[in-house]
Design a protein around this ligand. Structure first.
Ligand code: GDP
Ligand code: CA
Length: 327
């Protein structure tokens, strides 16, 4: 079976680890998993190109992830960060570990030599052997920026408060998504093309899976790459998704702050609605079993907490069962 999944960072990576575990336990292999990773969280800091979501998937599936945090490297040290702080080098709100920096050095050097991000990701994965084919959604730089009020800025003539755009990472990591997001923009996306292999992976899939990644800044940005959403609508494969929202709240993180920015309720049903033009099946938590589904979407209620790999494998298995029923 060829499975193609879209993925952000921690939520996507944990789901994928469960999916691989589930596939290992099946007798009908071999299976091929292609992951289309979000690159709109990418940022350049201290001259290094950082791809947080791709790295979270790579480290999680390759066995290098910090187990409790869910992002960053296990056994990390922070010697470089301490030295940078001594120089007063900004930003200091985004901590880079020493081990992690090696990844960013290799990536930045290869990008500097002219390799596309897809080739760089493949090279990094040669070390980590994540057990999936990990493709960036695009080789073109795309960055999510968030428009927030700027208390220090001059209000306009009619009294409208000043606003400013900050990089998504600054809003998320430094500001903890506390300032209301007036707008969330994926800068550069209109000119971006899907990375090589992305559209084929969707067209040739037997199943397309949406893990419980952030519907706005992870799945939303992937779907916004020109041509990508159309490819998902056009694929013959059933598309099944897992709700990141349980009982009206994100399980971890601040996805509610992203959903409000696009005027969408924080509920399993409202997220399904965002995908209603292609979604065939939607897994929700048992407490959300009464969710009204968009026309044509089959709802299935199963426990959705990814507490450990076994529990997550069961969620992935339920997603594939639902896909098989939808044919
Ligand atoms: P990020 O890029 O690191 O923020 O990660 P993702 O975008 O891939 O996933 C973030 C989403 O994962 C959040 O919106 C959470 O609601 C969701 N999530 C985290 N843990 C769980 C879980 O145990 N179950 C479910 N259903 N969703 C989860
Ligand atoms: Ca992310």
């Amino acid at each position: 079976m060829r499975i193609t999944a879209l993925a952000g960072g921690v939520g996507g990576a944990r789901f994928l680890r469960g999916l691989l575990h589930h596939l290992d336990s099946r007798a009908d292999g071999p299976h091929e998993v292609t992951v289309i990773g979000n690159t709109a969280d990418d940022v350049t800091l201290h001259g290094l190109r950082i791809c947080p979501d791709l790295d979270t998937v790579m480290y999680t599936l390759g066995g290098g992830i910090h187990p409790d945090q869910g992002w960053g490297r296990a056994g990390e040290t922070f010697g470089v960060a301490a030295e940078l702080a001594e120089y007063g080098a900004e930003p200091q709100w985004f901590t880079l570990g020493d081990r992690d920096i090696a990844t960013h050095l290799v990536r930045s050097r290869m990008l500097g030599l002219g390799y596309p991000l897809s080739a760089v990701t493949e090279a990094l994965c040669a070390r980590w052997q994540p057990g999936v084919r990990l493709l960036p959604m695009s080789d073109d730089p795309i960055e999510t920026h968030v428009v927030i009020d700027d208390p220090e800025g001059e209000p306009s003539a009619d009294g409208t408060p000043a606003v400013k755009a900050v990089h998504f990472q600054e809003w998320w990591v430094r500001l903890h998504a506390a300032p209301v997001a007036r707008q969330i923009l994926a800068v550069g996306i209109e000119q971006a093309k899907p990375a090589p292999g992305v559209l084929d992976a969707i067209a040739e899939a037997d199943v397309v899976v949406l893990p419980p990644s952030n519907p706005v800044v992870s799945i939303g940005t992937i779907l916004a790459v020109p041509g990508l959403r159309d490819a998902i609508r056009a694929t013959k494969a059933p598309v099944v998704g897992v709700s990141p929202i349980i009982g009206g709240a994100p399980v971890r993180g601040m996805a509610d702050a992203c959903l409000s920015a696009i005027g969408v309720q924080t509920s399993a049903a409202a997220v399904a609605d965002l995908y209603s033009d292609f979604l065939g099946g939607w897994l929700v938590a048992p407490g959300d079993a009464q969710s009204p589904m968009p026309e044509g979407v089959t709802l299935r209620a199963v426990p959705l907490l990814m507490t450990d790999t076994e529990a997550t494998a069961a969620i992935a298995g339920a997603a594939l069962d639902l896909a098989a029923e939808l044919g």
